[in-house]
Each structure stands twice: as structure tokens, then as C-alpha cells.
Design a protein around this ligand. Structure first.
Ligand SMILES: [Zn+2]
Length: 237
């Protein structure tokens, strides 16, 4: 393997590292946003549950007031009954009293139903609150981990960029330009080993001339199919 190939391989290794670290760094805000969204969703669900439960109690109090109003009405009717001498009016008031009493029974049934639902709501809310607190702790922890990860990646990237510049300095300008051009177009790799007579970049079977050139030529040899620089890993250059 020629010195040029060896230098290019080191450069490519560092390039790939820079690419990997950059991608990892770019993914951190995505992870952070996902955490924030999940927490917001769970918080909203808890708040809604709390509001719904509170409304059950408000509704029950309204019914209670209605019952009191009906009771006052019954008291008023009874007062009117005592003052009237007319049988017809007395009977009419009796009818009104019975109706109000019937309505009170219905209202009280509704109240009982709301009380039961309110109790159930309180239990569910408490469970949900505990789950939310636990989740908040998890999210805080995960966010701290991401912050730590970002700092580590930034430091590694900084070091990798220095190492890459250093590796670039060891490749002559023409070869560097060629390497950069291929890498920009192929993304994954610009220089690949020949394995079993095949270019490992595109898996194309290479001609023996190309293989021999790659073994012995001091020039860079490209795969006829994909244009990546090819080299023989076993050749002693
Ligand atoms: Zn190829």
C-alpha cells in the first residue's frame, strides 16, 4: 500500500468520524423536542383530568342549590296552604309540592351519581399525578443526559476537525481535490478496498488490469464503474 493510499485512508477515517459526530449532534435537538412534546402531552392530559373532576364537583353543588331552591319552594307552598280556605287551591298546591318533591328525588339521585364519579375522578387524578411526577423526573434526567452528550460530542467533533486538518496536510493537493470530489458525490467513501476482485464501493467485478494497476501503479486508480479510488489491502505497496 502506497503512502498516499495510507494517508487517504487515515483522512477518510477522520472524515467519516466528523460526519458521524455531526449527525449525532444534529439529532440531539430532535431528541430534546420529542421529550418536551411527550411531557407536554402528559401534562395536558393530567390537567384535563383535573378540570373534568373539578367540574363534577361544581355540577354537584349546582344540583345541591337546586334542591335547596325546591325545598324553599315547598316551604312556601306549605305556607300558602295554611293560609288558603279553598279546597281547589289547597289541592293545586299539594300537586305542586308533590312535583317539587319528585324533582328533589331525581336531583338527589343525580347528585349521588356525581359524587361517585367525583370520588373515582379524584383517585384517577392522584394516580395520574404520581405518574406525571415520575415522568417529569425521567425527562429531567434524560434532558441532563442529552446536555452531557452534546458537550461530549462537541468536544469530540472539535478534536476530530483538528485531526482531519492534520490528515489533510499529509495528502498532496491534487489527490486531495480528487478525493474530496469523489467523497462529495458518493457520501459514504471515496477510497475502498478491493476484496475478491470486487470494488467494495459498488460491488462491481474489477478487470485484472484495474487490479494490477491498483497493486503496482504509483498513481491513484479508480473503479471503472463507480469512480471510487480502489486499493489492494494486502499489497505491501
Ligand atoms: Zn466501484
Amino acid at each position: 500500500m502506497s503512502d498516499l493510499i495510507a494517508s487517504l485512508l487515515i483522512l477518510q477515517d477522520r472524515d467519516q468520524r466528523v460526519t458521524r459526530l455531526t449527525a449525532d449532534l444534529e439529532h440531539i435537538p430532535v431528541d430534546e423536542a420529542a421529550l418536551t412534546k411527550k411531557l407536554a402531552t402528559q401534562t395536558a392530559r393530567y390537567e384535563q383530568l383535573k378540570t373534568e373532576t373539578r367540574k363534577l364537583e361544581t355540577d354537584r353543588k349546582k344540583l345541591e342549590l337546586e334542591v335547596q331552591t325546591k325545598q324553599a319552594l315547598i316551604a312556601k307552598y306549605k305556607g300558602q296552604q295554611q293560609q288558603t280556605r279553598k279546597n281547589e287551591e289547597f289541592a293545586a298546591l299539594n300537586h305542586e309540592i308533590e312535583r317539587a318533591e319528585q324533582e328533589i328525588v331525581t336531583l338527589e339521585d343525580q347528585e349521588l351519581d356525581l359524587m361517585a364519579r367525583y370520588d373515582q375522578g379524584l383517585k384517577v387524578t392522584a394516580t395520574e399525578e404520581a405518574a406525571l411526577k415520575e415522568f417529569q423526573t425521567k425527562v429531567t434526567h434524560a434532558q441532563a443526559e442529552l446536555t452531557k452528550k452534546r458537550a461530549t460530542l462537541e468536544k469530540e467533533l472539535e478534536q476530530s476537525l483538528v485531526a482531519r486538518t492534520e490528515a489533510e496536510g499529509k495528502v498532496d493537493e491534487l489527490a486531495l481535490r480528487r478525493y474530496r470530489r469523489i467523497l462529495a458525490s458518493k457520501k459514504d467513501a471515496a477510497i475502498v478496498p478491493i476484496v475478491h476482485g470486487t470494488c467494495t464501493g459498488c460491488h462491481f467485478k474489477l478487470t485484472s488490469t484495474a487490479i494490477n494497476n491498483a497493486k503496482s501503479s504509483p498513481e491513484l486508480v479508480a473503479c471503472d464503474n463507480c469512480g471510487r479510488i480502489i486499493y489492494c489491502p494486502d499489497s505491501q505497496g
